[in-house]
Design a binder for this molecule. Structure first.
Ligand code: GRF
Length: 197
């Protein structure tokens, strides 16, 4: 399984998956990293790992259709068969989705379908969980479709929200769970326990 990553910021989920590949825990190879953010930690991590990496964004490709096609070209050139979104803040284009049907995954720092959708990302998710007084939160791995946080849910992990929690403490606790959940879910896909269409 060749993994291609799309990431916008820190890339800690991407790093967790790369580490699992390197450690032999995942029968997969991280083959390419694409970021829309030229200064992202994700590109820095890719360079440190000697993984081919590319900055592709509205700056390099002002036309969204061109950008979508270029992303697909880069993924195909590197023989990617599973696309891993790791904190990717852009919508995945229709050509990418059509080229990798059912094979684009995302991780969300909440229990979808709650606390998801447009504008619901990062700290905002944890703030909304606290504002709603939810007793439980967690993380979700799902297949990506044309609508934000909407595709079929593949796996979830839950954690209790404590009375003393702030958005920051929740973010830290959930992120640690995300790393584990993403690796575990990719492993189950590789083993055929989870079937992608
Ligand atoms: C994670 O919380 C992930 O769920 C969300 O964006 C964050 C990315 O963190 N989609 P990182 O870049 O993987 O460190």
């Amino acid at each position: 399984m060749n993994l291609g990553f799309l990431a916008s910021h820190n890339g800690s989920n991407m790093q967790a998956v790369i580490d699992a590949c390197r450690a032999g825990r995942l029968a997969a190879s991280p083959v390419v990293v694409i970021s829309n953010n030229v200064d992202s930690g994700a590109l820095e991590r890719a360079r440190n790992e000697r993984i081919p990496c590319f900055h592709l964004s509205g700056r390099t490709h002002p036309d969204p259709g061109d950008l979508d096609r270029e992303i697909v070209d880069v993924l195909l050139e590197h023989d990617v068969n599973l696309v891993i979104l790791a904190g990717y803040m852009k919508k995945v284009g229709p050509v990418t989705l059509a080229t990798f049907p059912g094979h684009v995954l995302n991780i969300h720092p909440g229990l979808l379908p709650d606390f998801g959708g447009r504008g619901m990302y990062g700290r905002r998710v944890h703030e909304a969980v606290l504002a709603a007084g939810a007793g439980t939160t967690g993380a979700t791995v799902h297949v990506v479709d044309a609508i934000y946080d909407n595709g079929p849910i593949l796996a979830q992990t839950k954690v209790e929200v404590k009375k003393t929690d702030t958005a920051d403490t929740l973010a830290r606790r959930v992120l640690a769970l995300e790393h584990e959940l993403y690796v575990e879910t990719i492993d189950r896909i590789i083993r055929g326990e989870i079937k992608l269409t």
